[in-house]
Design a protein. Structure first.
Length: 477
């Protein structure tokens, strides 16, 4: 009897060190509470047997992934629906391999917040995250990834879907962010959006209506394609951030586009023609912003795309910075599709796109240009500057004294003879032509040339005086 008891107690002691031996398999996770329990366990993976649904009746749910990978053999992993509100935080991942859906799906006027270092990933050609008539907020170091060959990172669709990105990453080999449905909204103030072969941001000409895209920061890049493809109606407003396309920067076939700040760049090879979207016109690679109203997107309800560039926008291109399929540059006719009222360009802007009254200065800035007349044959020095500048542009004056001289003053006067403030050799271009001059005077502490003899003489006299003083002092002692 004693022997039997010892054997039983020994078995109890041994099983105390392997508490998971008889625990329920992670494959058996079927409820939200079971998932929460798994997230606080020692298991590195929480495998679901069916999707976890989160609804408004669950209240505001927060899941700290706690370093875990939450996954499922097939199908959606997390489904937020019927007014549900979910926050994913901490460090960990929700991962699936889904060809026709996404690991996380949000619909029914629900809300999803993804922050911390959470990763949502699809390894197939579906979507990593879908927001259907719902709101998704991406922040901090969160990542939405589709590693499939042609998968999409994040898609919003339905009625009034909204995507707000204030940090983190959205990346895919296919499209990074795609918009469908009615009144979709995308707001980007920070973070990185990257597509390898597709569009970084795009809509659809026949199934996207009245989109609103606001870019106030962040980096938006397509490595091998157009960065932003806008064939749908609506608006795009860019005040900051960087948009970089491997072929073209932005292509618009509908919508009103306003670029007042930030940078738009195209890195495409000049001389190549590319086709963007279905049934589209060929466009020249290397163009920063292109408008194609010939394609007539919108199935009979097409509204011509318009682009306005102004403010501090920086436009970089390997070819011509702007292009439209409706206006022939050789005609000289002003374009109503693309109008430039400001900004700075690394290449010449065709006159057809410049707003009436505007020109381009030699620094590349566009606006009302005035002349900068620089003093010639300045005495004891040389003065140089740009010859033209836009109103409000900062202009640098280079004033170089000859040997033995130094700069005394730079004087800039407007057309009325009024002095313009100069600070550290720079001034702001006024609303008129200016004249620039400089005064040079003999250096107060010359170090070279004939003045060396003066220094030598003064040094010898000082040494003699010092020696005489020391000798007299020694005699007195």
């Amino acid at each position: 009897m004693k022997k039997a008891m010892l054997m039983v107690s020994g078995l109890l002691v041994s099983t105390a060190f392997v508490p998971n031996l008889f625990a329920e398999s992670p494959d058996a996770i079927t409820t939200l509470d079971e998932l929460k329990t798994c997230l606080t366990s020692d298991s590195p993976t929480c495998t679901l047997s069916n999707r976890i649904e989160i609804k408004s009746t669950d209240g505001e749910v927060t899941l700290d992934l706690n370093g875990k990978t939450v996954t499922r053999a097939s199908g959606t992993v997390i489904y937020v629906t019927s007014g549900g509100n979910l926050t994913l935080t901490g460090e960990g991942s929700i991962k699936g391999s889904i060809s026709n859906s996404s690991p996380v799906y949000v619909d029914g006027s629900s809300t999803l917040n993804v922050k911390g270092s959470v990763v949502i990933e699809n390894t197939d050609n579906g979507f990593a995250l879908v927001a259907d008539s719902s709101e998704v907020n991406i922040s901090e170091n969160a990542s939405i990834i589709n590693s499939g060959d042609n998968g999409t990172g994040l898609s919003i669709l339905g009625t009034n879907p909204k995507l707000n990105i204030t940090g983190g990453t959205v990346s895919a080999n296919g499209g990074a962010i795609t918009m469908f449905g009615t009144n979709p909204t995308v707001e980007i103030s920070a973070g990185t959006i990257t597509s390898k072969n597709g569009f970084a941001i795009s809509g659809n000409g026949s199934s996207t209506t009245n989109s609103t895209i606001t870019i106030s920061g962040g980096d938006i890049t397509s490595v091998n394609n157009v960065a932003i493809y806008n064939p749908q109606s609506g608006s795009l407003e860019m005040t900051n951030g960087t948009v970089t396309g491997g072929t073209l920067g932005i292509v618009a076939r509908q919508g009103d586009i306003s670029i007042t700040g930030g940078k738009v760049e195209a890195k495409g090879e000049v001389g190549q023609m590319v086709t963007t979207g279905d049934n589209a016109t060929e466009l020249p690679s290397g163009v920063a912003i292109a408008v194609d109203n010939v394609a007539n997107y919108g199935q009979g309800s097409h509204q011509d795309a318009t682009v306005n560039v102004s403010g501090t926008a920086a436009i970089r291109s390997t070819g011509t910075p702007l292009y439209t399929t409706k206006a022939d540059p050789a005609s000289g006719e002003k374009s109503t599709e693309i109008v430039v009222d400001g900004g700075e360009f690394n290449n010449d802007v065709p006159d057809q796109f410049l707003k009436t009254g505007n020109s381009q200065s030699e620094s590349g800035k566009v606006g009302i240009v005035h002349n900068v007349k620089v003093q010639e044959n300045a005495k004891n020095g040389a003065v140089s500057s740009v010859q033209t500048a836009v109103e409000g542009e900062e202009v640098t004056v280079n004033a170089v004294p000859e040997e033995g001289y130094e700069l005394s003053k730079i004087v800039v006067t407007d057309a009325e003879g009024n002095e313009v403030t100069v600070t550290n050799g720079k001034f702001i271009m006024p609303t008129s032509d200016v004249t620039v001059s400089a005064t040079f005077v003999a250096a107060t502490n010359p170090q070279t040339g004939d003045n060396i003899l003066t220094y030598v003489f003064v040094g010898l006299v000082s040494m003699l005086a010092l020696g005489f003083g020391v000798k007299k002092l020694s005699k007195n002692n």
